[in-house]
Every structure is written in structure tokens, then in C-alpha cells.
Design a protein around this ligand. Structure first.
Ligand SMILES: Cc1ncc(COP(=O)(O)O)c(C=O)c1O
Length: 427
């Protein structure tokens, strides 16, 4: 007879020695110990044992280990979203009376978090110009504990001199944290920007973008080479209870092997389209770090092209610079690496209604947030709202801005779509 007890206490266990390309997914809140003494002595903090689903399973530890390796880090912690990663870094490292510095082109919700929650907890923030080393040098004060970096900045895409900013933070004894969602551990090695081990102290990534690649999972991670920082993060992570779902972790594990190929393909399409849009008469400026007209272009070159240091690729037998093109990879011919996201500023004589019509006329670009997925996306942003200091932002044209995220569609189709919508909306 089937009883509830028999349904729960079954004897089957999978055969040892079974191997498949994909690891099994361990789904657990409760973890079962063989004895009380094992329960008492099992250590979760160094990830050598399992105590409770919230503190990790073989599935989450596998993804963390792989992400740390891609990022060039030694430690990794998963969290439920990219924004949760930003929040966890702040809450782990800052206390009342401390100050955090944010770039003026930071991911909007990161600034909102500083203005809202951090301010309520007595943590102040200042905004610095990411293209001015001098400005950051002047703004670091005795209260500054953390400096956030983005390369490039959100929406306006200015690429900072990352090496110089990280070196300055190190010199002044302030922890540096990079939002490395754009680089994804592929474009450059954030922990070794000069080939001599100088880099940022921490990175976060929204795995929601390239690591997931499907536009269907929210997740984030925090990576570091510094065990003391990792300890702080792990403790706060545990206290806040920031668990991630096993099915989501499995989805990211499944997408990870194709991440570099997707990144490279989407990069090639994005650069093809960004270049093509520079020739359109209605366009005032295309903001893609690979274009000379994009503020910080020379820093992008230094970070993502001239430095052939993609240490992860070299160390682990990954691709060499140009390898994809040599292998006949479609859409190659571009130097260096860049994510598949860029912005277009339309000339100021065009109204918001025309820009909105452009977005709505697109067939393949869907109106929606995020990037790194298979589907191309478009979002209009109001420059005056997102960059109140816009007039001081040197290098940005005046006009109305639209951000484009390039997916995996054929880029010839995307170009036809863009040109057709320009025709419909502006002519
Ligand atoms: C640069 C950057 N960082 C972080 C995030 C936050 O990621 P999530 O949507 O997973 O919270 C985003 C999302 O768009 C982003 O663009």
C-alpha cells in the first residue's frame, strides 16, 4: 500500500558514475545531515559543506565557481538580480556615517538606492564625473568607503579610464566596485587591467543579461579576489536571506557555454548597425564606445582593444584576439570587444512624438528594458531627466535619445527595420 511515509522516504538513489553534459540540479531548502555532530560541525562559510539551501547547494556552488573563473576572480556570490548585487555590496561594506561615490552616468536604480535606502541608513553619497580622474581625486574624502565604477556608463555610454580610476582608489585606500555587466567577464579582465594584477576590488554583474541570454531569468553575482571582502559579502548575504531559485541557476548554467559566442555575435551586429546609423541624416550622434565620437573612446581602446590581456581567454585556452574572424565567424572584422548596446541621439529639431513614433514603428526591436537576450530592444530616454547635468556632460550632442540593444536576429533585417522606421517617423 502507498503511504505518505513511503512516498517521502523512498530508497532510490541515482547510480554512481552517471555522466551527462549538464550537471544535475539540486533543489533544496532543507539539507539532510547524517548525524547531529555533522550538523553541528558543517561549515558553510568557506563553501566546503552544505547546511541549508539559502547557504548554497552543489548547483549554486557550481555556477559561482564558473562565474568566478570567467570573471578572473576567486570568490563569487549569487543573488536574485543585478540590482540586488549592487544593494548587497553597499549594505555589506557601508555603515552609518560612511560615504559612497557614484559615477554621474551610473545605472539609474543604483543612484536611486543611494538617494533612498542608503540615505535613510545615514550613508551619504556624492556623484563624480567618470571622465575626470581629478574630479574623483577631489571627491574622495576621509568618509569615503566605496567607489562605484561603470564601464561604460549606462545609456550615455561614456567609457572611463578604468585603470586610472582603479589605481586612484587603491592609492587612497578606498574599495572600488565595478558594475561589470557590460564587460561580462569577456571584454576585459576587471581584476587585472594592466597585466600586473592591478584592477578593481569587486565586480557585480547582472546575469540577467548575457549569462542568462534568454531574457527570461533575473539573477546577479558579486565577484572578488579578496577573501576579507568575500567574507563580509557572504555574511550580509546570509543575514539578508538572498536566495536564488535552483531552476534559474540551472537556466544560467545551460546558457553559460554559449555566452562568449553570443557576446561576440551580438557585438558584431551592434557595431555594424551603430556604424550604419552614423550616416543617417536625422542622427546627431551615435554613442557606442568603439566610435570616435563617443566620449571615452580612447579609454575603450586601451581597455578592450590595445590591451590583449583577456586573461581568462588566454589562461583557459579561450579565443585569441581575432580568432573568431579567422575562424570565418559571421560579422567579424572588428577589433576588441564591446557589448551589444548603444544609444542614438536624434537631431534636436525632431520632437519627442517623432522619436516615440520611431520606437513604435520598429518591427523587430521590441519596446522593453534589459539587454543581452535574443530579441532586439528599444527604449527612449529623456536626457534631461537621466542626466540633469547634461549641459556639462561634454561630448554629448543635444537632441532626443534612444537606446538600442541588439539581439541575435540577422543584422541585415535589423538595418532594414531601423531605416524604415526612420523614414516613417522623421521624413
Ligand atoms: C548596468 C546594469 N547594472 C545592473 C542592472 C540590474 O540588473 P537586474 O535587472 O538583474 O536587476 C542593469 C539592468 O538593466 C544594468 O543595465
Amino acid at each position: 500500500m502507498v503511504t505518505n511515509t513511503k512516498l517521502i522516504h523512498h530508497h532510490y538513489s541515482p547510480p554512481k558514475g552517471f555522466k551527462a553534459p549538464q550537471e544535475p540540479t539540486y533543489q533544496a531548502s532543507t539539507v539532510i545531515f547524517p548525524s547531529v555532530s555533522a550538523m553541528r560541525s558543517t561549515e558553510w562559510k568557506n563553501k566546503s559543506g552544505y547546511t541549508y539551501g539559502l547557504h548554497g547547494t552543489p548547483t549554486t556552488f557550481t555556477l559561482e565557481e564558473r562565474l568566478a573563473s570567467i570573471e578572473g576572480a576567486l570568490h563569487c556570490q549569487l543573488v536574485p538580480s543585478g540590482l540586488a548585487a549592487i544593494a548587497l555590496v553597499n549594505l555589506s561594506l557601508l555603515k552609518s556615517g560612511d560615504e559612497v561615490l557614484l559615477p554621474s552616468n551610473a545605472y539609474g536604480p543604483s543612484t536611486a538606492l543611494a538617494q533612498g535606502e542608503l540615505a535613510r541608513y545615514g550613508i551619504s553619497h556624492k556623484v563624480y564625473d567618470p571622465l575626470s580622474l581629478n574630479d574623483l581625486a577631489q571627491k574622495i574624502s576621509p568618509q569615503t568607503r566605496l567607489v562605484w565604477l561603470e564601464a561604460p556608463g549606462s545609456v550615455t555610454m561614456e567609457f572611463p579610464d578604468l585603470l586610472a580610476l582603479a589605481a586612484l582608489c587603491k592609492e587612497r585606500g578606498v574599495t572600488s566596485a565595478l558594475d561589470n555587466t557590460w564587460g561580462a567577464g569577456i571584454a576585459f579582465n576587471a581584476f587585472d587591467l594592466n597585466g600586473k594584477g592591478l584592477g578593481v576590488d569587486l565586480t557585480i554583474q547582472a546575469l540577467t543579461k548575457y549569462a542568462s541570454g534568454g531574457g527570461d531569468v533575473l539573477m546577479g553575482c558579486i565577484c572578488t579576489r579578496n577573501p576579507a571582502l568575500d567574507d563580509h559579502i557572504k555574511l550580509t548575504h546570509m543575514r539578508l536571506g538572498l536566495g536564488v531559485g535552483a531552476a534559474d541557476v540551472q537556466a544560467v548554467l545551460r546558457s553559460l557555454p554559449s555566452m562568449a559566442l553570443r557576446y561576440k555575435a551580438q557585438d558584431a551586429s551592434a557595431r555594424f548597425l551603430a556604424n550604419a546609423l552614423t550616416t543617417q541624416s536625422v542622427v546627431a550622434q551615435v554613442l557606442h564606445p568603439s566610435l570616435k565620437a563617443c566620449p571615452g573612446h580612447e579609454h575603450w581602446q586601451a581597455c578592450c582593444v590595445r590591451s590583449k590581456l583577456k586573461a581568462n581567454g588566454h589562461e583557459e585556452g579561450g579565443y585569441e584576439e581575432g580568432g573568431y574572424e579567422e575562424a570565418g565567424y559571421a560579422g567579424g572584422g572588428f577589433e576588441g570587444n564591446a557589448a551589444s548596446i548603444f544609444s542614438v541621439i536624434f537631431k534636436p529639431e525632431f520632437s519627442q512624438a517623432q522619436v516615440d513614433k520611431f520606437c513604435e514603428s520598429l518591427q523587430y526591436f521590441k519596446i522593453g528594458y534589459s539587454w543581452g537576450g535574443p530579441m532586439s530592444l528599444v527604449v527612449p530616454y529623456d536626457l534631461e531627466t537621466i542626466r540633469p547635468q547634461h549641459s556639462q556632460h561634454t561630448g554629448l550632442a543635444r537632441g532626443r535619445l534612444v537606446r538600442l540593444c541588439i539581439g541575435l536576429e540577422d543584422c541585415a533585417d535589423l538595418l532594414v527595420d531601423l531605416k524604415r522606421s526612420i523614414q516613417t517617423a522623421f521624413h
